[in-house]
Design a protein around this ligand. Sequence first.
Ligand SMILES: O=C(O)C(=O)C[C@]1(C(=O)O)C=C[C@@H](O)C=C1
Length: 250
Amino acid sequence: MANGVTLESLRQSLIRQEDTIIFSLIERARFPTNSPTYNESYVSTPTFSGSLVHFVVKETEALQAKAGRYANPEEHPFFPDNLPPSVVPPYNFTEVLHPPAASININKDIWDMYFKKLLQLFAAPGDDGIYASTAASDLVCLQALSRRIHYGKLVAEVKFRESPEEYEPAIRAKDRDALMKLLTFESVEEAVKKRVAKKAMVFGQEVTLNNDDNKGKYKVDPSVVSRLYGDWIIPLTKLVQVEYLLRRLD
Ligand SMILES: O=C(O)C(=O)C[C@]1(C(=O)O)C=C[C@@H](O)C=C1
């Protein structure tokens, strides 16, 4: 494969990204749900009105755009409209993806999934007033999830290059179901779900000098992490793969 990218190397990266995602969930779980962070009338300035989390993500993305973050094809902003240009020298990222990939950004779905489904599964109900830090940890979670899910573009490219003759008829027929079948490896998905639960146990345990303390107490419920992957993260990664493949022959 050109550029040294293989399905195996991409899977290794997805495995490493599990660590980032699980640590980000553990950090967010330090805070209770803190619902005022998501109140649409919390911030009102002459140039912005909306929730605190929206404000923090939008303003942070503007700064990171200036620092060149979104010149990297692996990064996708949640609020792409009116982002300022980069002020840093351009880096020549190797082009692995087919150019229409750039039009795929499912962060809106990721945003909705995170706030409507995921958050209440791992943040305890309550309000401690620490809203700015809560929003900052939400941003870290969202960026880690977005990076992982959009990695589907690379995974799909490699799968296509490995067997174009299998994918081309389904792409031409715009047959989403056939593409979904071709790109699915159930045994890999099962391994991912088991591994992330195990990582949540290891990373989220209380570490004490007395081995017997806190047995079975985790900072984020391992079965919830497994469910986040099985019900949302993997399906959205597969959705990105289908979207990418549908444009692969454009
Ligand atoms: O490893 C792959 O082949 C992927 O496409 C990644 C992934 C995942 O999201 O973890 C998605 C679809 C496959 O069924 C297995 C795993």
